[in-house]
Design a protein around this ligand. Sequence first.
Ligand code: SF4
Ligand code: SF4
Length: 291
Amino acid sequence: MEEEMQAPRQYPAAMVNITNRCTLQCKHCFVFREENPNDPQKEMDTETMLRKLSGLQKKHNISTMLWMGGEPLLRPDVLREGATLFERNTVTTNGTLDLIELPNCIYVISLDGPPDVNDAIRGKNCYKKVMKTLSRVPEDFGPTVMCQCVVTRTNEDRLAELVELLRPTRIEGMTFSFYVPTANDESELTWGSLDRRDKAVREAIRLKEKYPAFIWNNHRTLELTLSQYARQVTDDCPSKELVLPLYLDQDEFVSPFCCYGNDVDCGLCGAWVVFYLAAKLEESGIKDWKL
Ligand code: SF4
Ligand code: SF4
């Protein structure tokens, strides 16, 4: 009874998966492990989705929406209307479809490394397709276009190369996020310990120092990802507090444990958003992550 009377929790941001369909079949994809995700019949229709999202915006006072999939650009109708509901929008895309004009929007294009590394994970010619998409972005395009590279044990030595390749393109800047393993993850992607991940984080810090305007992770965000701080941050995960995850499950949105799913290993989480928020909280004097 008491619980029913409590005001709904406020979330400054949310992330929503608006489709399980995708134009790629990446090796590490958890969406694609589902049975036949490319069946549009199984998806919530646009009108219902927009009604639910508008209700959730009001209920939780959400200002920023992170639009995800699958490939969210497969549902341009949802994006066009949906983006008007929020003050700020971020669309994460695999970059194989043309970007569309949206208000107050940042496009985050995922690339996992230079062409050979990227395509080994994301599929043949994927890198080329992304470059083609970038070449078609109009001069006066409103949204910001950036890239996010998920750093793993397999691409950690190729980050500088990716930066060099992207700097002359239409990409305005990039961030590094570090792989979030599932519990008992034994794939080639994970370092298996925070100590072993530090080499990759230090490389990102080196690149930040070399290309301060192009690498958009701030210095403190990367520093907090180092093993000496990371555990303090993930034990008190700011993303879990501030970002409402909404997964599409046929006719409903369900909220998993966090935006990386239910089966995650928080102890090894290197998600950009977690450390970005941690640095912000420190800046505002709300948290102190000092040793
Ligand atoms: S682009 Fe994203 S959703 Fe699509 S297959 Fe790759 S990881 Fe999965
Ligand atoms: S896995 Fe999820 S809950 Fe755990 S630290 Fe990372 S974002 Fe937070």
